[in-house]
Write a protein that binds this ligand. Sequence first.
Ligand code: SF4
Ligand code: SF4
Length: 295
Amino acid sequence: MHKDVTGTIFQIQRFSVHDGDGLRTTVFFKGCPLRCRWCHNPEGLRPGMLLAANRQLCVRCGRCQAVCPQGVHSISPGRHDVLRERCRTCGRCVEACPAGALHLVGRQMTAGEVVREALRDAPFYTTGGGVTCSGGECTMQPEFLLAVLRAAKDAGLNTAVDTCGYAPPDTFSRIAPYTDAFLYDIKAFSPELHKTYTGVDNALILQNYRMLHTRGARLDVRIPLIPTVNDSEEEIARIGRFLQEAGRPHALKVIPYHSPGHAKYAQVDEPIWEPEGRFTVTPEEAQRTLEAMLA
Ligand code: SF4
Ligand code: SF4
């Protein structure tokens, strides 16, 4: 028996069909070291619990301001400011709000609890399904991730890790023996491009890819294709050449950009971004180009 470990998640999604083989139970871990401008889960970016405020529902009654011991809420005509850095996520304002405008994102669970919840779906894992650890970025909680993967393997479940690849190599070395497949994002090959649109350099991501490939890990590469960012012929060719040289992935899928919508961003006060143009190379063309390069 391994020691159980507690972590913070913000969702468990049942019957996922895009997060690995078969039907999956996808666990979304809180916290991410990247800030991809097109992220679809802005509520998962910050580690730990988070207060979300839906200003469209807010009736400016001021009850949240009155009950909060930290002075987080500031209500003025037409405005509701949330000073998040002061929030202790005690939930008092959530309970006091008569409009349902506030909620806490995230909950603490042990690895054992996560896997027990996943096991409820086990009867449906008939075509290679299992548990997928996603986020946020699940490697940001390495001990919790390791504990979930070990517990899942102890229970006989297939495991996948959906990752941006930006974590200490040691984290990947430790989780690799308990991971059946890595869903590995390559967002750009050019370091400047990567830094501009995700906030971090990609050297570590490429290094981890090589290391995992050398170890024989299954790598299912996913490339989010974003108009005006990485959809040029040159950038797609650079990614293809990297994969040729570092090691061909088990599978490769180009994921077309879809707007994440602005409502979730506004609730957690993350900056909103939209690409300023259309695809230069379509996702289908990019997929064909990369498949031809890796054939
Ligand atoms: S959760 Fe607690 S600390 Fe945070 S804003 Fe609400 S009352 Fe204040
Ligand atoms: S308690 Fe709810 S409705 Fe009232 S000001 Fe705060 S968020 Fe708005």
